[in-house]
Every structure is written in structure tokens, then in C-alpha cells.
Design a protein around this ligand. Sequence first.
Ligand SMILES: [Zn+2]
Length: 57
Amino acid sequence: MTAVCPTERRWPVDIVGCGSADVVWDPDEQMFDCRDCGLFFTVAGLDSQPESERTSP
Ligand SMILES: [Zn+2]
């Protein structure tokens, strides 16, 4: 998965980043961390999968 530091707000409260592709995944925070500006952000769809997409027994 590729991710870039977000430059557009999805929500009014979102912090806008720098657009850098130099981001790392932080498994502890479950967020991406931009190494340029230090912004933590999530990616749309990453944690909002439809119920039908989830695996269940
Ligand atoms: Zn950034």
C-alpha cells in the first residue's frame, strides 16, 4: 500500500500535511507517520471496511 501525507481535509478537524511520500506505518498507533512534517494520519478505507468485507467464521 502506498500512502502520502495528506494535503486535503477529509473532515474540518483534519490536519493538513505536506504531501510527502516519506511516510512510515506505525503498527502500535495503527497510523502512518510522516517523516517530513511529523503528521500522524490514517488512510481512508483503512479502518472503515464494510461489514461484508470482514472475515468472520
Ligand atoms: Zn507530511
